[in-house]
Design a protein around this ligand. Sequence first.
Ligand SMILES: C[S@@+](CC[C@H](N)C(=O)[O-])C[C@H]1O[C@@H](n2cnc3c(N)ncnc32)[C@H](O)[C@@H]1O
Length: 309
Amino acid sequence: MSKKNMDKLLKNKKYQAAADQLVAAVQMRIEKIKRRRSKVEAANDLKQIVKEKYGEIAKASKSSGCCGPTCCGGEESKIVGYTVMQDEYNNLDGYVADADLGLGCGLPTEFAGIKKGDTVVDLGSGAGNDVFVARSIVGDEGKVIGLDMTEEMIEKANANKIKAGFKNVEFRLGEIESMPLENDIADVVISNCVLNLVPDKRKAFEEIYRILKPGAHFCVSDIVIKGELPEGLQKSAEMYAGCVAGALQQDDYLSIIKETGFENVEIKKIKVIELPDNVLKEYLNELEIKLLKNNNVGIFSITVVGYKP
Ligand SMILES: C[S@@+](CC[C@H](N)C(=O)[O-])C[C@H]1O[C@@H](n2cnc3c(N)ncnc32)[C@H](O)[C@@H]1O
């Protein structure tokens, strides 16, 4: 082979190697994008399920005109059977019966340290149950904003607000992961049994951090897991909408909060959630139910606070 041809061959080989490297890099990138997209798609699917379920719940409570889906039976009662989680509300100042759909798993206002004149934001406000309790504490000088991504819930909450005649209560349609709220506006952020439903919990806490004023705090009641939950429970989208399958391990939950930058993070209350046997039997076999009832593995409601420095 002549030197000229040899040079040409070597040059081609060099190009070939560079081209191979480029193709491999592009393929890796495509795989990464595909993985990221399937994660995003899964998150969007779950959010859609959550929206539909809570839309149904809001509509069921409206059409039946009863005190909430707990007394409505049918499909909804399957989900709202989890009212086993909710604390007593009806003796609280500001309680509005039509706003109580039995969907909470704690009482965030109990430990939120809300004061007269505060601006409070309630995330996943539903029909406004905690918003109206917070409103009675902040008084006429303060303001309470409820945020929810389900249109039917916002409609129901607004109907309750109009009935009560409050001027300083506002309900906004939007997602917790990208709140339609400005930076540094809240004295207190509360939330009741919602963040477990948000696929990207890190983003949720970053957003809470963003809207809190410096030195302000959040108080949220939420569902967490301790130990390995049986697969049947984890996978069920129905249970997801019922606050269980989307819950994190307690330690991971607290780590996310601290990594977001919150200080003085403290669990104020912890409750074991005992789901009724008829609900468990839909998802688990006898042995799995036994294991779940052993306290090493379980579902808990925690009410946790954290401060923005
Ligand atoms: C279990 S319910 C709790 C409602 C209310 N906090 C209560 O205690 O009555 C969950 C609520 O959070 C809302 N939600 C769930 N994920 C959300 C998200 N990513 N952004 C905004 N709202 C969300 C649902 O639409 C639903 O109204």
